[in-house]
Write a protein that binds this ligand. Structure first.
Ligand SMILES: [Zn+2]
Length: 222
């Protein structure tokens, strides 16, 4: 095992008591863990490469940002953010939300074109680079329930985001084989209502715990 020098620092408190070793996140930095574009802390692997994704997904343990494939630069992350709204109001699928946590690779916020998966904190860090602040962050009920619903449905289908794509909301990842695609269409219809009965209470609880699946943010120039 590699020794982490930081682990030996501050082993005791000023009163001489043993302190639990603290390993700073920087200790994990290296070629395998490139820096987070939002906050500079190392990114760690989250989801392996899946069909329809541009690469494996990593996430930041500090601000929560997710990166699909190469992490990219601050400018690229800001450009991706700007595509989610205008310069004063945006809506994100919340990577720190409960839906992302239970969904993992089946989280509906993980779309084929996604490169950055935002959280409120990562947006805060990113927009600070251009002297903006987040003045308001609130749960977006319609998008939140839709994301949670599709996340639940993804647990039953071969492809991903089949129902929302059929409804013209975002891009789906169809299954490989025609019979799987036909079955997915059928499953999406049959499971739609039961999945909604699960998704609505789940998302309401998530929102109450500030872990909703979609968040709208207001930005202001300082
Ligand atoms: Zn970060």
């Amino acid at each position: 095992m590699r020794t982490l020098p930081a682990m030996n620092a501050e082993r005791t408190t000023p009163s001489g008591r043993q302190r639990a070793p603290v390993v700073p996140l920087e200790a994990g930095a290296g070629p395998e863990n490139p820096p987070c574009p939002a906050c500079g802390e190392p990114l760690f692997g989250w989801i392996d490469l899946r069909p329809g994704l541009r690469g494996p997904v990593s996430r930041c343990e500090s601000c929560g940002l997710g990166a699909v494939g190469e992490p990219g630069s601050v400018a690229e992350a800001l450009a991706a953010l700007d595509r989610l709204g205008d310069d004063s109001r945006i809506r994100i699928a919340n990577r720190a939300g409960f839906a992302a946590w239970i969904g993992g690779a089946g989280w509906a916020g993980l779309e084929p074109e996604s490169q950055f998966l935002f959280t409120v904190e990562s947006v805060r860090r990113l927009v600070a680079n251009r002297d903006q602040v987040v003045t308001n962050a609130r749960w977006s009920p319609g998008a939140g329930i839709a994301t949670m619903w599709q996340t639940v449905l993804n647990g039953f289908t071969f492809g991903r985001n089949v129902a929302l794509a059929a409804l013209g909301k975002g891009m789906g990842v169809p299954a490989d084989r025609p019979w799987q695609r036909r079955l997915d269409a059928l499953i999406s219809v049959v499971v739609a209502v039961p999945a909604m009965l699960v998704a609505v209470p789940l998302e309401l609880v998530a929102a109450a715990l500030r872990r909703g699946a979609a968040t709208s943010l207001r930005l202001k120039l300082l």
